[in-house]
Design a protein around this ligand. Structure first.
Ligand code: ATP
Length: 777
């Protein structure tokens, strides 16, 4: 641990000073970022500062620049907006304003500035850094700072964190706040959905996004909206006709040529319009105009809902809290590792990997999108967005609009694809099934659902063909619409093969958790004896435990985390409101500590107990000492409830109840403990938007995998890569064959992968929770 960052050039001052500020529009998760920067800085032996009110505070100086202590950010994870304030500051856009800002930083002895904001804020930060030597020279000339001060603050470290609900920054897949905002939008659309269905109405929903359609597109994907309007992808000319056609399509034969929407019996219509939506001539497409068309052309009872500022509101979702925390940690590391010749970094995320990107490149690319749109170069605008955006757009089109794909699969490549759920229900299973089915229909395949898992198949011949209307509404539903079951095919492999042959399946999609993966390994091995399984087979991991080998992320785990943190936030509040109390919360997750660890990061747990690490007396003793100290430091405003998260299988001996009792005994009346067991609440009700959108993207990729591997049975048999698990690994989405996974990568006894990326996060949970050994002052 780096305890003291000595600066020999600054006699009398031993510690590096790192300041953090939030700027531009507020975004949920900004507080988590500030908390992480403050606590990481202190833990690394530096002094932490906050600059209140964004650049305005920098220009004003004085009381706006405040030293931050460990306790100052206690409880901040569950707060919305930004507690250190934000502002749009005109003065900072001019050099004189920045000159005053530089003076205040030097006088406060601040070496590094972490700015959390949108592209405007980060542009300002980069300009500030590039001007820094000139600003200091001028301040010295004016006598505002001394020669000594000038030479000891020769360089200013700037690190950018992207905090913005629009998700409009290039080079990163997600910005802090975007998924929370999407959650709010989806909640609203889900509510509207019910009333639209009841009255058979149409709704036009306007969402934020002046230059970026991410929120609109993702909301469309997660709610199964009929049409979306985005700034960077204007619709074709005469789109009015096309929109009406899609909403009203008539076709007598649903299985061969998918009709959707009204004519097929759909009772509701949802159209999502980004506030910056335009047509190809750059004419704004407004919600009012869309409504008028639906009323005039289709005679639909149509209402407009403009969501406005509710999209910024509320507490951050689990993903944003984790993202902000990991990025805050990375920002402090970047400060400590920076040298004058390294350009200012922006902390990004690509798939599941936290990365550093040159800040100015990211800002330049972001601005270039707006420029392309202005010049009607829409292909260029889409190219500049991350590939993931384009992929999501294609997935939306392919699962929503008939005929959107110019090419159906050639006749001889068309397939009969079986979809089955195996294991416990997880959020997003239905969204994945719907997306797989609609994508199949669009490509000319025939999707079949096997209801109630393998027992359903062998006992009840439970196979039903899916069409557009059967899966209508599944995008937002929790649980498993086709029924799921834990049983493995080995219970009656012969019958499973017989049914596969009878239905002439030539591709299989298994959606589920560890059992689904296990089932796939069994079917793969059974290819030896049963030719019916010599077809491409793919497993789409869906489980709250996130314990499937071959992926770092399973759909359903985000829904679970959100349900769990909502629960934890509530009991934490109760813990702080009542007497001095610690809650020991029992988390699900089987023998995987993923959920407990990530929830620990999201709620700021004091300690997390996982099966991977186990529990021993020494740990308990240290944690109880830490609790004593922590309660002793709780004063006035900084009082906050305390949580310990224990995975259900972390230890046979130290049960949740026993840990609570040991704490009670040891506290000797100075504080008390309680247990809290959320149980099946963790499976979540409505799936989170992140699970829904990932489900759609993954499901489409799974069907593409099956298409690609449609080959004669002999070739499939000889090629083990035709049985695979789709997964996120680091910055990529990959297919890994079960043969590669079932050996070294799988811990069969503990039913989890042998290596898990999140194990590295345990140290961070401990550091930010101030667990024994972390310097906190
Ligand atoms: P959002 O994504 O919410 O709009 P943003 O960071 O892009 O966030 P802006 O209003 O563009 O929001 O910028 C916030 C502040 O950053 C501005 O008020 C200004 O102080 C500073 N800023 C923006 N652009 C520049 C610039 N080119 N030079 C200096 N400072 C700037």
């Amino acid at each position: 641990k780096v305890r003291d960052q000595t600066r020999p050039s600054t006699p009398g001052r031993l510690k590096k000073r790192i300041a953090v500020m939030t700027s531009g529009g507020d975004a949920p998760g900004m507080n988590a970022a500030v908390r992480a920067v403050v606590r990481m800085s202190i833990a690394q032996g530096c002094e932490a500062y906050a600059i209140y009110e964004g650049y305005e505070g920098l220009v004003q100086g004085g009381k706006f620049i405040k030293r931050m202590h460990w306790e100052d950010v206690r409880g901040w994870l569950s707060e919305g907006g930004t507690l250190i304030g934000t502002a749009r500051c005109k003065a900072f856009t001019e050099r004189t304003g920045r000159l005053r800002g530089a003076k205040h930083l030097v006088l406060a002895g601040i070496d590094a500035l972490v700015v959390c904001g949108g592209d405007g804020s980060l542009t300002g930060a980069d300009i500030f850094r590039s001007e820094w030597p000139g600003l200091l020279a001028e301040l010295t000339k004016l006598g505002e700072i001394s020669e000594d001060q000038c030479s000891s603050f020769k360089t200013l470290n700037i690190v950018g964190l992207v905090g913005s609900i629009d998700n409009d920054m290039s080079s990163t897949d997600a910005t802090i706040g975007a998924y929370s905002s999407l959650t709010r939008i989806c909640q609203a659309v889900d509510f509207i959905d019910a009333t639209a269905y009841s009255h058979s109405r149409a709704f036009v929903v306007e969402v934020m996004g002046r230059h970026c359609g991410w929120l609109a597109l993702m909301a469309g994907l997660s709610t199964g909206a009929d049409f979306v309007f985005l700034p960077e992808k204007p619709p074709q000319d005469k789109w009015e006709k096309e929109m009406c056609r899609i909403i009203k399509t008539v076709d007598p034969n649903p299985s061969t040529h998918p009709p959707i929407h009204r004519a097929a019996g759909k009772r509701k219509t949802i159209v999502i319009v980004a506030e910056g939506a335009i047509d190809r001539e750059l004419k704004p497409i407004t919600a009012t105009y869309v409504r008028d068309i639906l009323v005039d052309e289709l005679r639909l009872d149509t209402r407009i809902t403009t969501l406005g500022h509710v999209q910024r509101g509320g507490t951050a979702c689990a993903f944003d809290r984790i993202l902000a925390t990991l990025q805050g940690e990375e920002a402090v590391k970047a400060v400590l590792e920076s040298t004058p010749d390294i350009p200012s970094p922006m902390i990004a995320i690509n798939e599941n990997k936290i990365t550093r990107k040159p800040l100015m490149d990211a800002v330049r690319l972001t601005k270039a999108v707006a420029e392309c749109i202005k010049n009607k170069d829409f292909a260029g605008a889409m190219d500049l967005r991350d590939p993931e955006f384009e992929e999501y757009h294609r997935a939306y089109m392919a699962t929503t609009k008939p005929d959107e794909l110019s090419e159906k699969a050639p006749e001889d490549k068309r397939m009969r694809i079986a979809i089955i759920h195996v294991g416990a229900p997880a959020g997003g299973m239905n969204a994945a099934t719907r997306a797989a089915a609609t994508f199949c229909l669009n490509r000319g395949h025939r999707p079949f659902a096997i209801h109630n898992g393998f027992p359903g198949l062998v006992r009840h011949d439970s196979v039903r063909e899916l069409n557009w209307l059967t899966v209508e509404g599944w995008a937002i539903r929790g649980g498993s619409e086709i029924g799921t079951n834990r049983s493995l095919p080995s219970e009656d492999m012969g019958m499973v093969a017989w049914y596969f042959q009878r239905y002439k399946f030539d591709g299989l999609l298994i959606i589920g958790g560890f059992e689904a993966y296990h089932a796939l390994t069994e079917l793969h091995s059974a290819r030896d004896s049963y030719p019916a399984f010599r077809i491409p087979m793919i497993c789409l991991p869906a489980t709250i435990s996130n314990n499937v080998p071959g992926t770092e992320f399973s759909i359903g785990s985000d829904t679970c985390l959100n349900a769990l943190i909502e629960y934890c936030d509530a009991i934490k509040q109760s813990a702080s409101a009542s007497r001095r109390r610690v809650f020991v919360v029992e988390c699900q997750g089987g023998r995987s500590g993923y959920v407990a660890t990530m929830a620990g990061l999201s709620v700021g747990a004091l300690a997390v107990y996982t099966p991977e690490e186990g529990i021993n007396l020494n740990m308990l003793k240290n944690d109880i000492d830490h609790l004593r100290e922590s309660f002793a430091n709780d004063k006035g405003m900084n009082r906050a409830g305390k949580l310990i998260l224990r995975n259900e299988k972390a230890s046979k001996t130290y049960t949740t109840e026993i840990i609570a009792e040991i704490i009670r005994e040891e506290a000797s009346g100075r504080f008390e403990s309680r247990t809290a067991i959320p149980g099946h609440v963790q499976q979540g009700g409505t799936p989170s938007p992140m699970d829904r959108v990932r489900a759609v993207r993954m499901a489409v990729k799974c069907i593409q995998f099956l298409e690609l591997n449609k080959k004669p049975p002999k070739e499939v048999f000889e090629d083990p890569s035709t049985s695979a698990v789709i997964g996120v690994r680091g910055a990529s989405i990959v297919f890994t064959s079960v043969e590669d996974l079932r050996g070294v990568e799988t811990d069969w006894d503990s039913r989890r992968p042998r290596k898990a990326f999140w194990l590295d996060y345990r140290g961070l949970v401990n550091t930010l929770g101030g667990r024994a050994g972390t310097p906190t002052g």
